[in-house]
Write a protein that binds this ligand. Structure first.
Ligand SMILES: *Cc1c(COP(=O)(O)O)cnc(C)c1O
Length: 337
């Protein structure tokens, strides 16, 4: 293969050697299949194509200093994918099969796991799609679960640097009783116009408000939001927020480090009181927020152009655990052997 420049990797797709697949037919999951093809052949009337019967996950594997490949909290991803599947009437993939397939996908592509110290990692993308043909609106009778992997560089080329967010009332990502709490492609399609608006105005992403009252903070693009004040890590609670595993881990780390933590509704007015703010998710771990601009009244909330001390500490700790540089006190890391 052509040499990969690990230090210059974009956050994008690069072809690897293999992906793994499993079909659901006649009411049951089949054998795990290994494929070297980057394409799938599905029916033109597949429900995933027409009615959005699709769910996915995102996780990362890291090469440690010791040459061991570490996977972060994979069980959480397996469970969340089961919830997503259930939420749009797809069959749930058993945790054991999920684990089997993730480890296979990594081991078959070991040469694509970026080296320790490069800042890059192996991104793992599980997806579940309705493949059965339907024209009427109903769940498919056949499904395909795939895991592919691709080496990725850091999400932000500039590194751990605060970014600007646009607070807008013009768009919602998800409805209170909709699909916001599960990881389905439809939510992402629904977020594209607002994201474009934010990008065009020079912002990293959109800060969404709760869809019903427009009073509370919801998500920050495809990432969870957190604010820090008075030694307290505060993150919004809402039925339309996707439960981020990174957010959950940061919250637990914060607790462990002696900070207080709160998961509750966060009114817009509270933005003014935060000492630090950030967005979090697998892709970037933490994107510290420099500025939030309200597009209705031009009001600005400023958190500084350098990452705050607690955000920096949490970021470093979590990354150290993922890389195996620090003791894994929470049993979050699985070594792929
Ligand atoms: C995937 C996702 C996140 C981040 O979740 P992690 O488990 O931390 O990667 C946050 N918000 C949305 C909408 C997501 O889809």
């Amino acid at each position: 293969m052509e040499k990969i420049n690990w230090n210059e990797l974009p956050f994008g797709y690069i072809k690897t050697d293999y992906n793994v697949r499993c079909y659901y037919r006649d009411g049951k999951w089949g054998e795990i299949e290994i494929s070297s093809s980057e394409t799938i052949n599905i029916h033109i009337a597949a429900t995933s194509l027409h009615y959005g019967q699709e769910a996915f996950e995102g996780m990362k594997a890291f090469m440690g200093k010791d040459g061991k490949v570490r996977l972060f909290r994979w069980e959480e991803n397996a469970t969340r994918m089961q919830k997503s599947a259930k939420g749009i009437m797809m069959p749930e993939l058993p945790t054991k099969v999920f684990k089997n397939m993730v480890t296979k996908a990594i081991k078959l592509n070991t040469r694509f796991v970026p080296p320790y110290g490069s800042g890059a990692s192996l991104y793992i993308r599980p997806l579940l799609i309705g493949t059965g043909a339907e024209v009427g609106v109903r769940p498919a009778n056949e499904y395909l679960f795939i895991i592919f992997v691709t080496p990725v560089g850091p999400y932000f080329k500039e590194g751990f640097k605060p970014v600007d967010m646009l607070l807008t009332r013009e768009f919602d990502r998800a409805a209170p009783l909709g699909t916001g709490s599960i990881k389905v492609g439809g939510n992402y399609a629904a977020s594209l116009t607002s994201m474009k608006k934010a990008h065009d105005k020079g912002f990293a992403n959109v800060l969404y408000l709760d869809a019903k009252e427009k009073k509370y903070i919801d998500e920050c693009g495809p990432a969870n939001f957190f604010g820090i004040k008075d030694n307290t890590y505060i993150t919004p609670e809402s039925s339309s927020i996707l439960p981020s595993i990174t957010n959950n881990s940061l919250l637990k780390l914060a607790q462990h480090l002696g900070y207080k933590t709160e998961r509750r509704a966060v009114p817009i007015e509270e933005l003014e009181t935060f000492e630090e703010a950030g967005a979090c998710g697998t892709a970037a771990v933490i994107s510290p927020i420099k500025r939030i601009v309200d597009d209705e009244n031009g009001f600005e909330y400023n958190y500084g152009s350098e990452p705050g001390p607690i955000s920096s500490l949490l970021f470093k700790k979590l990354q150290a655990i993922q890389l195996g540089d620090e003791k894994d006190e929470f049993a979050w890391v699985y070594i792929v052997e």
